[in-house]
Every structure is written in C-alpha cells, then in structure tokens.
Design a protein around this ligand. Structure first.
Ligand code: NAD
Length: 499
C-alpha cells in the first residue's frame, strides 16, 4: 500500500498525523493508496516556511518569475502522458479526457508566461505640478488554493499559475481523492526553477481547510468545489479578513430551439452530458427543448447515441467514452437520485443503474441515463447530480425556457442551440449565467478570458484565470509623489485639488 505525504520546502515528506484517507481505484473499487491528512502543526510549519520563501520570490523580477512558468509549461508538455495517466489512475476518466484536463490547465500557465504585462500597474505623470501618481500591483503574500476531485490537473494549475507568477507563495490543498497530480506538478515546478517553499502541497481534509481559513498569515483563498462548502469557506475566510473567491456547483441547461440542427444538438448533449461521467461543473445536465415536436425529435436522436456509449475503465482502450464515478458514495447517490426521478414521475428513457462490467463488478460505474418529462419540482432537477444523467425539461416557448434557466439557483454555464442569430443574441444578453455557449455545449472560456459562474455557483468577486486572476492575487498600492524642486509656497492646511 502506497502512502502519499506532502510537498514541503521542495521535498516529499511523510505525514505525521497517523490519519489517512483512502484513495480508490474507481474502476475496481479497491483501495490503491492512502493519503496523509495533515495536522494543524504541519500546516502551520508549511505556512511559516512559505512566508519566508515568499519574500525572495516577490523580490524576483516578474520576467524571471515568468521564465519559471515557461520552463514549467515545457515540462508539462514533456510529461503529458505521465500526467494524464496519473489523473486517470486516481480519477477514472479516460486518457484523452485526462489530457484535456492537463491541457486546459497548461493553457493558463501559457498566459502566466506573459504575467509581467498583467502586473504593470498604472501611472499618471504630472497629475499636479511636479506630482506623479502611480498604482502598483503587489502580491498578497501567502495564499491558499483548495481544489476539487474532478479536475486533478486543471484546477490546481488555474490556482498555481496566476498566484505564483504574481509573486505570492501558495499552500495548495488538493482533493484528498486525487492528490498525486498536484504533488507531481510541484516537483515539475521545482525542476522549472521555483525556489523551495514557494509552493507547498499540504494534503488533508476539513481540519486542514479550517486551519487555512483561520491562519493569520494566509491572505487569500481560492476555492473550487461544491456549493455548500464554497459558501462556508467564503464566509469563514471573509470573516477572518481574507480575500476569497469560491466557485461552487452547477446545473447547466441547454435550450434547443425548433430551428436548431438537432443532430448537432444531440451530439453536443451526449458529449457535454456524459463526458467524464457527468463529473464536470460545466456538464450539461438539463436539456430544454422548445416545443413538443422539437422534444420528440431530440429524444429520438438521443436514445441511439446514448445506448452505444462505451462505459469502461480507462485501461480498456481508446474507444472508452467514460469511466466510473469517484467513490461508492457517489455511485449510490446517483443511483438513488435516478430512483427518486422515477418515483416522482419523470419518464426514465435510458436506465444506467444496472450496468455491470465483467471483471469490474465492484467498480463505481453508473451507465448513461436519460430522463424525459422532468419538472422543476423533482429532486433530479433541483440537485446537482454530478453523474451521467441527462434530464429533459420540455418547455412550450423560448421565454418559458429562458425563465427556467434564470430561475435556477445555479448560474455556472448554459447554452442555446439555434439557427437564429437574433434569439441567440437575446439569450446571451438576458440570461443570468456567467458563461454562455451559442451552438457550443461546454463554454469553458479560453485562458486569456476568465472563468466564473453567477448566482450560487460562485461566492466572492473576480473570476478564475485571465486578467481577473491577476487582480485577485495582487493588491493595489497607489503612490502620490511630489518632488520639491519648483515648490515655492509654504505649507497649506486645506484638503484641496492637486492643481
Ligand atoms: P467538495 O466541495 O466536496 O470538495 C472540494 C474541496 O473542499 C476538497 O479539497 C475537500 O477536501 C474540501 N472539503 C470538502 N468538505 C469540506 C468541509 N466540510 N470543510 C472544509 N473543506 C471541505 O467538492 P468535490 O466533490 O471535490 O468536487 C465536485 C464539486 O465541485 C461539484 O459540485 C462541482 O460542480 C464543483 N466544481 C466547480 C467548479 C467551478 O469552477 N465552479 C469546477 C469544478 C468542480
């Protein structure tokens, strides 16, 4: 049994708490390793050391810090296969999907190679006689990243890149289900030239998270995970005076208009609904066809596409469409929700509850599931299922469909399939959701834009990556400078305009 520890001051170290969390092979249900859960004392040590290392790192010029990101990006590329395998081994997603996980994180590192341009600040010369004003962007100090299980590479990279290239040190607390990728990324960063102590990976559970939230040295917290935890972390961090951005869960709808290309819409729904077994915060989990004819034609197209999906371990070949869920609890919760959908009157069109894969009977698999005639009162509509379950909610008109999306408590992503530019523009302008796709199912913005939901999908201000991330990880200091040559007056006691 492999024991996984922490990455402290540039070295892998064993945990000392004696407390561990099991890491499963989700395809077999067996425990494949255990990760140490750090104590408050181990956390405190990591933070104090990070604070020392941060001073020199912040004083390193931004171009040199950016060069570390350049070398890091090259190392990620060189280790792409190893990273993808690591992601798949603990998470269970397919290798092509795991490569996408690494790639979308790498793209944020690529933007960080140009970080100096984001950190330049502002300047107004001659704001008054002999007076210049300038605003600097300075790092916060030691910040923390707390990440979920579903993107073991991408989301840690979204945190690490902007935080470190802005001159901060970071305590990264990855999900205890998938710790290995973060530890390996830390090792690659060291090879890329990052000074020891600037990135510390501290594994743990709620005890470590609470320790981070209460620690006086931690200045900012970037969290990604489920909505209840996001809200909790935001509240506790904010009440301790820390800057926090906490991204939560989702229930993403796709509206399908009567004029949409239904084959393309069906393909998009299958990819966005079932990819990664639905364990994506940008998964489409609700299809909203407008009009009965559209709905009938859409469901007719979805069924054969769903029935031919190959669900299997990632090791079963390149044609695997998706793998298992992350834990037995997740599997049981998803199956329970499917049963609740049947009991509450939804029409179960494709049932994935009884999927059995030979040789992997104890794996955490659930087959692709499709519901029709779902209504907003049902639990399968109200809850984030986070599994391979697509619900169809039929709506008579575009306005009804739009209202459904707008009334939902989550606001991460949404999409519309239509051939009409006017409808698409109206949707993009009115919908109260942070990321919108037009004939595009998973609208995860590219890394030079930024990522963030609205409503209960995000707590706090500013988005992840892109220019917003550099604002989040720096604070503004504004200097008003006057040089005395040329000043001929005496003292003035009035609060007055500079001219
Ligand atoms: P989670 O909330 O269970 O865990 C996220 C992190 O919080 C982990 O590091 C975990 O150790 C920690 N944590 C868990 N319970 C805690 C507690 N009681 N107190 C303090 N810390 C705690 O989420 P998950 O299951 O790992 O990830 C899936 C969720 O993340 C889904 O809801 C998904 O939509 C969401 N997600 C959101 C985004 C986004 O950008 N909005 C991206 C990916 C995933």
């Amino acid at each position: 049994m492999q024991d996984i520890g922490h990455w402290i001051n540039g070295k892998l170290v064993a945990g000392t708490s004696g407390r561990f969390s099991d890491i499963y092979n989700p395809a077999t249900g067996e425990v494949q390793a255990r990760v140490a859960l750090a104590t408050p004392a181990e956390l405190d040590h990591a933070i104090q050391e990070a604070a020392k290392a941060q001073i020199g790192w912040a004083a390193t010029n931004p171009q040199r810090r950016a060069r570390v990101m350049m070398a890091f990006g090259a190392l990620i590329n060189q280790n792409m296969d190893k990273l993808a395998e690591m992601v798949s081994r603990e998470h269970g997603k397919t290798i092509p999907d795991a490569k996408g996980d690494v790639q979308r994180g790498l793209e944020v590192i690529e933007v960080c190679m140009g970080a100096p341009a984001m950190l330049k600040g502002e300047m107004m010369d001659s704001a008054g006689p002999g007076i210049d004003l300038y605003a600097m962007r300075q790092p916060l100090g030691v910040v923390a990243g707390i990440t979920p299980f579903n993107f073991p590479a991408m989301i840690p990279l979204w945190k690490i890149g902007p935080a470190l290239s802005s001159g901060n040190a970071m305590i990264l607390k990855p999900s205890e289900r998938v710790p290995s990728t973060s530890l390996f990324l830390a090792e690659l960063l060291q090879q890329a030239g990052l000074p020891d102590g600037v990135l510390q990976v501290v594994n743990g559970d709620k005890e470590v998270v609470d320790g981070i939230l209460d620690h006086p040295v931690i200045q900012g917290v970037g969290f990604v995970g489920s909505t209840p935890i996001a809200q909790y972390i935001y509240g506790r961090a904010a009440s301790n005076g820390k800057r926090a951005q906490c991204f939560g869960g989702a229930k993403n709808h796709m509206i399908i208009m009567p004029d949409a290309d239904l084959d393309k819409a069906a393909d998009a729904l299958v990819g966005a609904g079932y990819g990664a077994a639905g364990e994506r915060c940008m998964a489409i989990s609700v299809a909203v066809p407008v009009g009965e004819k559209t709905a009938d034609a859409l469901v007719e197209r979805l069924i054969p596409r769903i029935e031919k999906l190959k669900v299997a371990p990632y090791t079963a070949g390149n044609d695997v469409d998706f793998g298992p869920l992350i834990t037995r609890q997740a599997q049981e919760r998803v199956k329970g929700l499917i049963t609740s959908g049947v009991e509450q009157g939804a029409k179960l069109v494709v049932d994935g509850r009884d999927l059995k894969i030979q040789g992997y009977e104890n794996g955490f698999f659930v087959g692709a599931t499709l519901f029709d005639n779902v209504t907003p009162e049902m639990d399968i509509y109200k809850q984030e299922i986070f599994g391979p379950v697509l619900s169809t909610v039929r709506m008579p008109t575009y306005d009804d469909a739009l209202k459904l999306v707008m009334d939902n408590e989550y606001g991460n992503g949404t999409a519309i399939y239509t051939a009409d530019g006017d409808t698409a523009r109206d949707f993009a302008s009115r919908v109260n959701v942070g990321m919108v796709g037009i004939n595009f199912p998973i609208p995860v913005p590219l890394s030079y834009f930024s990522f963030g939901g609205w409503k209960r999908s995000a707590f706090g201000d500013l988005n992840q990556y892109g220019p917003d991330a550099f604002r989040f990880y720096t604070k503004t200091k504004t200097v008003t400078a006057r040089w005395f040559s040329g000043i001929k007056e005496g003292a003035s006691l009035n609060f007055k305009a500079l001219d």
